[in-house]
Design a protein around this ligand. Sequence first.
Ligand code: FPP
Length: 252
Amino acid sequence: MDGNGRWATRRGLPRETGHRAGAGAVRRVAEAAYRLGIGTLTLFAFSGDNWRRPAREVNHLLALFEDYLRSAKDECVEHGIRLGVIGRRDRFPESLRAAAESAEVATSGGTAMRLRIALDYSGRAAILRAARRLRENGAVTVEAFSQLLAEVTSADGAAADVDLLIRTGGEKRLSDFMLWECAYAEMIFTDRMWPDFEASDLQAALEEFQVRERRFGRIPTEGDHGCAALLSPAATPAAVAPAPVIPRADHE
Ligand code: FPP
């Protein structure tokens, strides 16, 4: 979700105002994803390296995350959305940790969509966590490591593989986001600043995704068209963005 800072600076506003506007986009995009029938939406809100920002900005962001987790909880329960946080939590203030746990407990029965906020998240750290567990387990084999990686990267039970990664704000990097899970992710980079990202941008990205040819190393056979025909056999329906055409009536 890049571009909050620049969005604000270009308007002569403090960066914090950009993050607040970014929180508005989080609500819009989460609602659009739900209406479009997306199984899992993971939003990269704060990386392990974002602690390097000035304390004032970090504190503002932490307060925004807490506010979001508290205020989105009831709406998620109402719509069957399972809300969760991925990343480490031991560096959070206690109140943010409590807000995350409370949202997760309250929405744990949700099956309509998974909404995950990546906070203090590092893809490398997740891989190293699996390596540490491997050492503790004793059985240092490739199979054991692969199994532990699968456990670590889908610890909350969500499908591990990312199908589509959208990066806003003109950045064209992975920046330590879901390194293992993005092995076969389709990527879309847009210059749109995150606070300006609309439901129509998500819809457009899904439409582009649907005509991408995903081969997973195979040679396409006659009759294969676009990603829908070439989905990984390992991909579960929850990991796959289905046709973004049928709005949910109960959300209109
Ligand atoms: C990176 O771009 C963005 C962040 C570190 C913060 C993302 C936070 C939000 C979208 C706010 C609300 C989030 C939730 C989950 C309620 P940047 O803003 O540093 O942009 P820049 O590249 O323009 O400086």
